[in-house]
Every structure is written in structure tokens, then in C-alpha cells.
Design a binder for this molecule. Sequence first.
Ligand code: NAD
Length: 359
Amino acid sequence: MGVSKKILVIPGDGIGQEVTAWGKKVLETIAVNFNHTFTFDEGIMGHVAIEATGDPLPAETLDKARASDAILFGAIGHAKYDNDPTAKVRPEQGLLKIRKELGLYANLRPIKLFDDLLQASSIKPEILQGADILFFRELTGDVYFGEKLRSEDRATASDLMIYHKYEVERIARKAFEAARTRRKKLCSVDKANVLEASRLWREVVQEIAKEFPDVETEHMFIDNAAMQLIKDPKRFDVVVTGNLFGDILTDEASQIAGSMGMLASASVGDRVGFYEPIHGSAHDIAGKGIANPLASILSAALLLDISFGLKDESQRVIRAVDATLRQGYRTMDIANKHTANDMLLGTDAMGAQVLKNLN
Ligand code: NAD
């Protein structure tokens, strides 16, 4: 039996427009192939929305987002604002607002290296091969939102690292649920030997772990985790951590996968999920038709898996990407400069090749 779902597509700015078209086409193809009914709507956000309405997140887009089952987003940003940091209305305000309004408290970033891109990483292929990690970074707490102080003489400063039990509980539960559908291993990263907020984090994760006896749980200090990630990335399955440690670890981990044009992320809360490539609007290549659409296509795969629970469909998309890379097709950003075997494609030809491999 097929499922019936409403998907809001927000292409945004720059290459967001070019790559999201392919994420959407992949979802349309999956719907046909697996007998699902996906209904699409479109919303504006970012620079295009400011130009059209004066607001980076018009109320109409937010209403559509609330009424949807999942959101496929591209990117926002325009050179005009990058060069004018004082501009009062800015594209990124739209992104921050939609995350807040939808209550998205967990950021998920899968790190999966496709075998054919092993050479694109700065880490040795034999260490990377087979690495497949899913990060859960908490988004609402930690030093980002705790009290910030500066002494009167400006010579002393502090940021409060604060976590509430419910914040740890809800993200831990999501991470355990994901681990259950994968290799059933969860690593919680903290600094419980030093930080009280981490001791709370660890206590709560230990508590939630009792609900998931089938998942093997380990606790690791952040300093060790940062080292293990490079030394032996294959040892990790699901990693759950706080906002600050997650910020740093996920950027470190993105290097395991090679290129920005390959990585997708999801922000989830209690209801609607928000899926996007990790890259921005890339004005330097916007309009040239050369952006890599694979991160958007992999965002669509993530959406199918996490928001709709359609694992087979999601795997099918990932396999189509894998097949396309194995055939030697590359966009400029992932081309191997040292061999002449790559077949260089633009955005549309690359997207079309993935669609072909889906069928
Ligand atoms: P960027 O991610 O847009 O680009 C960084 C570099 O990677 C560029 O050289 C770009 O050409 C390349 N690149 C990125 N995605 C690619 C793809 N799919 N295929 C091929 N190459 C790709 O980051 P930036 O240049 O720092 O920022 C550009 C704009 O994007 C800014 O306005 C920034 O504010 C915005 N931005 C938005 C988001 C978002 O919407 N989530 C994230 C980061 C940056």
C-alpha cells in the first residue's frame, strides 16, 4: 500500500533553485515507482522572498510549511548581503525563523562516503572505506543559548553551558530510534569528566538507554571522539551529542565524505522535518548549470527515510547515486583531477543520470 504525503519544496536562492529541482524529480520518480502519492507545493524564502515581499520568510511559506508532512529546502543567500553585514533584512533570517517556528531541535547529518569518491578525501582510503555515520546534534540548548556575561572592565567573559533534562531526553530518544533501524550502536559524546551539563547529559542518555536494550550504547568524551573519528570512522554508527560538540564534530566528519556537494542534512522536531544540502547558494557558480545536485538528491533520500519511514525507497535513491558515481559521472566539484576517466557533467545531466539509474 502506497502512502499519501504533502511535501513543500523551498528552492531558495542561487544554486538552491538549480539543485532542488532534481531532489524533487527524484521524489516524483520514487512516488511513481513505489505507488505513493506525493503532493508538492512550493514556497519562497531568502533573497527571492525579500525581493518579492520584503520578508525573508513570508507568512504564506510558513503556513504551507506547517501544513506539510516534510520540507525539501535548497539554500538561501545572495552576494548583496554578504558584502553588507549591516543589512537589516537578510536571507538567513528566514532560515533561522522557520527552524524556530517549526520547533526543529535535532540536526541529523549522515556521513557516508561513496566508494568511488574515496580518492576525494584527505584521509587514507583504507581507513574511510565503509564508514557510515549518522550524527544527531542538539540544536536548542548549550552555550549558544545560556547566559552570556562580560565583566565591567571587559576583561572577563563567560557563556553558560545549560541543558534541561527534557532537551536531552527528546534527542536521545530520536537517536536511539534511528540506531534501532541501523547497526544498533549508539555513541553519546560529552565531557562528563569535567562538565556538570555533560553529567546531566550522560545520566539522561543512560536512563533512555534502558528503553532500548537492543541498542549497544557507549559514552565517549569529546576529545577522544574527535580523535577516533579520524583514526577509525567505521567504529561509529549513530552519534548523539550536544550543540557545541556537535557543531565541531559534524564539520570534522564532513571531511570524511569529501565534498560539500555530496552532503545532506535534516532538522527534525516533533512533527514536520526539514531537509537540505549542507552547502549554501554558491553565488560563484549560480546560473552556470554546473552545481552538483547530489546533496539535494541525498536530502530527498533522507526525507523518505526519516519523515516517511520509507527505508527501501531511500536506499534505492542512495544506490542510484552510487551507481551514477560508479559509472564515472562527476560534476566539477568531485572530479578527480588526477585521472582522465571521469565523465564531467553539468547539474541537469547529472540529475538525469541519477533518474535513469532509479528506473
Ligand atoms: P557555499 O556552500 O555556497 O559554497 C562554498 C563553495 O563550495 C563554493 O566555492 C561553491 O561553489 C562550492 N559549492 C557549494 N555547493 C556546491 C555544489 N552543490 N556543487 C558544486 N560546488 C558547490 O558557501 P559560501 O560560498 O560560504 O556562501 C554562499 C552563500 O550561501 C552566502 O550568501 C551564505 O550566506 C549562504 N549560505 C547558505 C546556507 C544555507 O542556506 N543553509 C549555508 C551556507 C551558506
